[in-house]
Design a protein. Structure first.
Lengths: 586, 283
């Protein structure tokens, strides 16, 4: 040791603080730091934006923003009047996708999903070839690539490696804000290929018979996937806060199913076929709560094109749309269908039987159904309403910052053009359920999937939902509504009924008991509640063109208070309950 | 402290002023300076291909890689709305727990394998097999064995740590010179005393070094571990940002992971200096 160091040591001993002093100073400094950290804890370790309660009134209200109040009602198809190009964001700069003008190969990734069958069929397999409808009729080739991971598909789309992005509409809602940062990668949606029809579903453990019973339970599903939309839409429609359920997330739907099977503390899972059907067979005590066989117009599969590609090659986009519709026609031929399934099996590396087993998971949407989806403003499950509903659900869950408007991604120009030319006039809507007449007592044989309570403020003793306000003398006032939110409320029910296209909807009217024991006959009260329920049904049928047999009505009078413990809460009891019943109970 | 005597042993006299000299003594400031150059160059390159102009005029679109400025700007959102620090703490906790379990398995096993040839013969095939195993493929297995909760994450990380640490610990024990053993036997040491006081004592610094390197690899698996039951943790933020955006957060979290790994590595280094001062002096 050098002399200098020794000197320093001894000096420190002499003039520096004692050991006790050092300890005190250290404690003091640590206390200061700790105090500062505690004081600034919200800055150093913020809790993040948790998921607050969702304003269920807002859920109702936003549904009404679709259009201005229209008491006249509409019974015909009402098409959009604007030109898509007016609303779509313009493409700037130089196109940035990979393209060989001689080969003309559209890079089209797809995932494992039977809904892509028409595209595989139109393309004569996965590889680009000259036998495809696309090449023979429209002079370009398509390369179908299996990219199951949505993030990979999105990245390939954003980088210009692929021209098309596969996805459900709910995935597009999440992807759109980022992709639209660059006007060239903005997604343009021209066509719907299918509705999930039994392909997605919710499996529950134990005695959960209805969505309301999910309260306080644990559910597992893939985040940012159709599962998340399906489930949270169900909760909101059943009047439950998503925060009232314990959500567990996985990366894929398969993992969600595996986690549900492995972990018996999980009460429900949202997954895909075939898992949702095999779990109840293999795992005792589990059952399907609901699938897209009932919610048959909830999850829409679409494909989007890069905006710069669409701008440069409108003919190819039109060819893709037309080729897919043509293939849908050809798939009606069983021999061709078998061949297409074989191609699909080869592309996915599966057996033809495995592909055939997926056949019932989706319903291919033909031209007429696309026309409804894209052009019909009154369709309760059209593009606009589906997009807005998804946006609302995801926004309330805190998953979405600034949302993208539906008309910034939806381009109905091709559908409209084909409609004008009458190219696919032969295709008719095959996805409308016809309902046999039934009654409330019959549908009640099974538990409803979900029950939604709506409130329409009826004028006393009136069953007219469009009842105007009355002045002091009791005279009706023109251009007023006793319940100004009635359109929004109807819209909410219409969307729910539209999403659950195959389900039977029970509309049950209830009255308050304010006149009980005051000389009023119960039969009259019951009739009034029945008339009110029927008024709701008639308004829905008239405005949204539902099959009247889809709805059953019932009047309960004052017999069933909303909350038995507050039987005298008259405002709470004046209500209409909308219950969704599985189609089996028809 | 006095200046060390100029060391000319390793310097060929003819090229005394050359730009590059083999095993040259470089002052600390220069070492830091040289280290910063590639980082700055990388940021400059990043800035050049992304820039700050409209998205359509950039070499790389912001939908793939946002510009440095955009990434910095999105930091408050990540810090406050996505609770970066809390999630980092959760991830750090998982890495530490997985590490602890991994060490608890790899350390005794590695010591025994390094000391006793029969034990080594028994477990070596599995260790070699493990080294070639693509660990990400084991996520579904841990899922069905350990459920979806915290246990699965710790178990998966522990598995990765064990596979990584085991051969390094065996090697550290293997590397102990026979001379020490012979000396110990001459002085009358029994088998366990030789393991404890010779093999372990001499191998300690190398084992510590292996643990220091190994701790870092936990971060490369954290995303995989946190893919299930996504909710908290840095891996969760990355996965969610890939779907919902903003893209910026993916890159920020990567930077955060690097920063955390850097700090923890420095702590390991400090710990090493405190525990094995003789090693530091020898270097």
């Amino acid at each position: 040791m050098s002399g200098a160091e020794k000197r320093g040591e001894t000096m420190a001993d002499k003039v520096g603080p004692t050991v006790l002093g050092k300890v005190v100073i250290t404690i003091f400094v640590l206390a200061l730091l700790g105090g500062a950290a505690y004081f600034l804890r919200d800055y150093i370790m913020p809790a993040g934006r948790g998921q607050g309660d969702i304003d269920l009134d807002a859920f109702r209200q936003q549904q009404g923003k679709v259009e201005a109040p229209d008491t006249a009602g509409i019974t015909t198809v009402n098409e959009y009047a604007y030109v898509p190009a007016e609303k779509l964001p313009p493409v700037k700069g130089v196109s940035a996708y990979q393209w060989d003008a001689n080969e003309k190969v559209v890079q089209f990734p797809i995932n494992v999903w039977i809904g892509w069958l028409p595209i595989v069929a139109a393309n004569n397999g996965f590889r680009p070839n000259e036998e495809s409808i696309f090449f023979k009729e429209y002079g370009f080739k398509v390369n179908l690539k299996l990219i199951d991971d949505p993030v990979t598909a999105r990245d390939a789309f954003a980088s210009g490696e692929s021209h098309v992005l596969w996805g459900t509409l709910d995935m597009m809602v999440l992807f759109a804000p980022e992709l639209m940062k660059d006007s060239r990668t903005a997604p343009r949606i021209y066509q719907q290929v299918d509705w999930s029809s039994g392909g997605d579903g919710i499996v529950v453990r134990g005695a959960i018979a209805s969505a309301r019973e999910l309260k306080g339970k644990t559910v597992v599903y893939a985040q940012n996937s159709p599962s998340q939309y399906f489930f949270n839409n169900l909760l909101l429609n059943a009047g439950l806060q998503p925060s009232e359920v314990n959500h567990r997330f996985t990366a894929t739907a398969f993992e969600a199913a595996a986690a549900f099977v492995a972990d018996s503390s999980i009460d429900a899972c949202v997954s895909w076929a075939p898992d949702i059907y095999t779990i109840p067979e293999k795992v005792p005590g589990t059952r399907i709560l609901t699938t897209t066989a009932e919610a048959s117009k909830l999850i829409a599969d679409v494909w989007a094109v890069r905006a710069d590609f669409a701008k440069d090659h409108p003919d190819i986009v039109k060819g893709l749309v037309s080729g897919i519709f043509k293939a849908m026609d050809r798939l009606k031929d069983d021999t061709f269908r078998g061949r297409a399934m074989q191609w699909m099996a080869e592309g996915y590396g599966m057996s033809a039987d495995e592909v055939r087993a997926m056949e019932a998971d989706a319903h291919s949407t033909n031209f007429a159904e696309n026309k409804n989806f894209f052009l019909n403003q009154n369709d309760p499950a059209n593009f606009e309403r589906t997009w807005k509903n998804i946006t609302f659900v995801y926004r309330e869950l805190g998953l979405l910052g600034t949302p993208v408007r539906f008309d910034e991604v939806m381009d109905f120009s091709v559908i409209k053009e084909l409609d004008r030319a009458g190219t696919f006039a032969n295709q008719v809507d095959e996805y409308r359920t016809t309902f046999a007449p039934t009654s409330y007592s019959k549908v009640q044989a099974e538990a409803p999937i979900l029950t939604q309570t709506i409130r329409i403020n009826f004028y006393p003793n009136s069953s007219n939902i469009y009842e105007p306000q009355h002045d002091e003398t009791g005279r009706p006032m023109a251009n007023t509504l006793y319940d100004p939110t009635v359109e929004a409320t109807l819209e909410k029910v219409a969307r729910l009924s539209g999403q659950y296209e195959r389900a039977v909807i029970a509309v049950v009217g209830h009255t308050d008991s304010s006149m009980r024991g005051r000389g009023v006959r119960f039969e009259d009260v019951k009739q009034l509640s029945l008339d009110r329920a029927d008024a709701v049904k008639q308004a829905l049928v008239k405005k949204y063109r539902f099959d009247p047999n889809k709805f059953v009505v019932e009047g309960q009078g004052w017999n069933v208070p909303a909350d038995p413990e507050q039987a005298d809460n008259h405002a709470l009891n004046r209500r209409v309950e909308i219950s969704v019943y599985p189609p089996e109970s028809q | 402290m006095s200046d060390p005597a100029p060391d000319t042993r390793l310097r060929p006299p003819a090229v005394a002023k050359a730009l590059l000299t083999i095993r040259e003594e470089v002052p600390a400031w220069l070492r830091w300076g040289l280290g910063v150059i590639p980082i700055l160059a990388l940021i400059l390159l990043w800035w050049m291909v992304t820039g700050s102009g409209p998205a359509e005029e950039r070499v790389i679109s912001p939908t793939i890689l946002p510009s440095p400025l955009e990434v910095v700007r999105s930091f408050p959102k990540l810090w406050f709305e996505r609770a970066l620090t809390r999630n980092a703490a959760v991830s750090l906790g998982r890495v530490a727990a997985g590490f602890a379990v991994g060490v608890a398995i790899a350390f005794p096993l590695g010591l025994l394998m390094g000391a006793f040839t029969k034990v080594k013969a028994m477990f070596n095939p599995i260790a070699v097999f493990g080294a070639y195993l693509p660990i990400p493929a084991l996520v579904p297995l841990t899922l069905s064995l350990f459920g979806t909760g915290e246990r699965q994450k710790v178990a998966f990380l522990a598995l990765a740590f064990t596979i990584y640490l085991l051969p390094l610990i065996v090697q550290a024990v293997d590397a102990v010179d026979d001379v020490y053993l012979k000396t110990a036997y001459t002085l009358g040491a029994g088998t366990w005393a030789a393991v404890r006081k010779v093999l372990l004592a001499v191998a300690w610094p190398d084992i510590y070094q292996a643990m220091r390197l190994g701790f870092g690899i936990g971060w490369s698996y954290i995303i995989l571990a946190e893919m299930v039951d996504i909710g908290r943790g840095l891996g969760g933020i990355i996965i969610v940002s890939q779907r919902q955006g903003p893209r910026e957060h993916i890159y920020l979290v990567l930077l955060a992971i690097v920063a955390i790994a850097f700090v923890t590595d420095k702590l390991w280094q400090l710990g090493g200096r405190a525990l094995f001062p003789y090693r530091e002096r020898a270097r």
